[in-house]
Design a protein around this ligand. Structure first.
Ligand SMILES: Nc1ncnc2c1ncn2[C@@H]1O[C@H](COP(=O)(O)OP(=O)(O)O)[C@@H](O)[C@H]1O
Ligand SMILES: [Mg+2]
Length: 278
């Protein structure tokens, strides 16, 4: 379980100008085993929030608890240990271009303290298991540049799972992918959530992604939570003007009345839950 209590986050201004608060009093609880969506437009503060959750950024104020433990001020070795329990994937995959697919997935297993490190054979065995899990058995010896975007994201997912995290943070993980590939990656994430019980925190600007896979969604706008609730309820009965407007626009495009009806993002908004998550 992830508990965020009254989180404020400011960044220092450039050249000594006054600092600017980009997250304002965020409080939310993400249950273990949940698929939790953080939805918001570009610049809303989604990535900042996710960097606070995995402690890549210190909180300016507020508290962060993971499984009931206050980790707000954890540093050093303890922090490194905590991070191995949190997997992370990104929009741009962030694979190591000079390493093979297998070596990409074994990497997180190589950097744990020596006392906890598996043998080379065990590391490779785990990587092969994970590559099989994500549908990439047989790709071990290839390099990232020899894979499609969807395949590269599968490698990133396998790598994120190497140290058996209980939480996986996905920051715009499907935003660089086409509609069909997005559906496939969401199916894979859904499988990982159900079969491995990994808590998923999915950061997205896409209404359809949030709607199709998330149990609950928080929408942030201007660094504040403007919606929070069960996904279906939230989409059927949005409380905020911004979500109402976004839903109306998506419906408008989906019905082919807009000039951009064929654009990938508009097409994605017409995906059904059945298509996205089998
Ligand atoms: N390292 C940083 N230093 C200063 N400002 C930042 C930094 N990272 C993000 N910001 C600002 O914080 C706000 C939220 O950014 P971000 O969390 O990346 O939004 P999102 O992921 O929702 O697009 C933006 O105004 C952005 O310019
Ligand atoms: Mg972002």
């Amino acid at each position: 379980m992830i508990q965020i209590e009254h989180l404020h986050k400011s960044y220092p201004g450039a050249d000594g100008s006054a600092s600017r608060e980009v997250l304002h009093n965020i409080s939310l609880t993400i249950e273990s085993g949940e698929v939790f969506g953080i939805l918001g437009s570009s610049g809303a503060g989604k990535s900042t929030l996710v960097r606070c959750i995995n402690l890549l950024e210190p909180l300016s104020s507020g508290r962060l608890l993971i499984d009931g433990r206050d980790v707000t001020h954890v540093r050093g070795r303890e922090l490194a240990q905590l991070r191995t329990g949190i997997g992370m994937i990104f929009q741009n995959f962030s694979l190591f271009q000079q390493r093979t697919i297998l070596q990409n997935v074994t990497f997180p297993l190589e950097i744990v303290p020596r006392s906890e490190r598996l043998s080379r054979a065990e590391r490779e065995e785990r990587a092969r298991y994970l590559l099989d899990l994500v549908g990439l058995a047989g790709f071990e010896k290839r390099y990232p540049s020899q894979l499609s975007g969807g395949q590269q994201q599968r490698v990133a997912i396998a790598r994120a799972l190497a140290n058996k995290p209980s939480i996986m943070l996905c920051d715009e993980a499907t935003s660089a992918l086409d509609t069909t590939t997005t559906v496939q990656i969401l199916e894979l994430l859904h499988k990982i959530n159900k079969e491995l019980g990994v808590t998923l925190v999915l950061i997205t600007h896409s209404l359809s992604v949030a709607r199709n896979i998330c149990d609950r969604v928080a929408m942030i706008d201007g660094g504040r939570i403007v919606e929070l609730g069960e996904t279906e309820e939230l989409f059927e009965n949005p409380q905020s003007d911004i979500l109402r407007t976004l839903i109306a626009n998506a419906n408008h495009h989906a019905h082919g009345t807009g000039a951009s009806a064929a654009a990938p993002s508009a097409a994605a908004s017409t995906l059904t839950a059945e298509q996205a998550v089998k």
